[in-house]
Design a protein around this ligand. Structure first.
Ligand SMILES: [Zn+2]
Length: 298
């Protein structure tokens, strides 16, 4: 369904396991074991080494310049881009209809139903729904996102009774563990720390991902270096983002890692980042993203 920007078919991309092995060997500086497999020839070993060095260099470059297009990036076709644009417009109109806060919890089916019921939103045609389904169920590693997929159903529903609205933030957190972690952070750091993004449904993640992909003219690889594709975000199951009060949009940049709030989070020690510097998941460094759910199993 997608094309690499250099014209190579996406399917020819290096497979995920091989790529990850290269990265573990290279980024973590442990070197490739010699030989890779029993019986592997020296020639193949040298070839693998060259491939791995190129892959690692390429990977590190892309992560440092996450917001720039790259020749090996995978993009939508022009027809798909039109579907993206018209789908995104409808999602934004649904968000206006239900309100910013409520949209965090809205399911795929809710949004489709609302679009059908309100002329000012506009129906999602079959072509749009097919496009969104295809995007949701396609394997994001084909365009470079290597994280796990905690939500496997497009129609996954968030139960309102399981979440709580955090006053003044427009965001929700799951009751229980997520809220507990947030409360502990607030107790330790005080009013300087704010919740910048909490629970996000599949539909909310769709809106964020499609908006980024729209701004990058359909480049899914570029979009996925900043935002997990729908289904792949841990915001759906408990992770959240924090920021420093008053910092605004800079809370979602590397600038946040220079703030007092970040340093205090680090000192507290119980904070674990989901996307650390030099992570191997195809995602930029995200110091603001707090990892809550770690017990997730595929
Ligand atoms: Zn996040």
């Amino acid at each position: 369904m997608m094309m690499r920007n250099d014209g190579q078919p996406a399917a020819s991309m290096i497979n995920r396991r091989k790529f990850l092995r290269y990265l573990y060997a290279g980024v973590l500086g442990v070197g490739l074991p010699l030989p890779l497999f029993a019986g592997e020839s020296t020639y193949r070993y040298k070839q693998a080494l060259r491939e791995s060095e190129t892959s690692i260099r390429d990977y590190i470059y892309k992560m440092r310049h996450f917001d720039d297009p790259h020749p090996s990036d995978v993009s939508l076709t022009p027809d798909q881009f039109d579907l993206l644009k018209s789908s995104l417009e409808r999602m934004l109109r649904v968000q206006r209809l239900v309100g910013y806060g409520n949209f965090h919890l809205i399911s795929f089916d809710d949004a489709i139903r609302m679009a059908r019921g309100y002329a000012r939103v506009g129906d999602f045609s079959k072509a749009k729904i097919d496009f969104l389904e295809q995007l949701f169920y396609s394997d994001a590693s084909h365009y470079g996102f290597l994280g796990e997929k905690p939500v496997n159903r497009l129609t996954e529903n968030i139960q309102r009774k399981e979440v709580i609205k955090i006053p003044g933030s427009g965001n929700y957190l799951y009751k229980g563990h997520s809220r507990g972690v947030y409360d502990t952070i607030r107790k330790s750091i005080g009013r300087d720390v704010i919740l910048t993004s909490g629970v996000r449904s599949v539909m909310k993640q769709f809106l964020l991902f499609l908006r980024k992909a729209y701004r990058s003219r359909g480049n899914l690889s570029l979009a996925s270096r900043s935002l997990a594709p729908p289904g792949y975000s841990y915001h759906a199951i408990g992770d959240f983002d924090v920021g420093q009060a008053g910092l605004g949009a800079l809370n979602f940049t590397s600038r946040f890692a220079e703030t007092d709030v970040f340093h205090r989070l680090q000192d507290l020690g119980y904070i674990r980042l989901r996307y650390a510097r030099n992570n191997l998941l195809g995602v930029r460094f995200e110091p603001w993203h707090i990892r809550v759910r770690s017990e997730f199993r595929v």
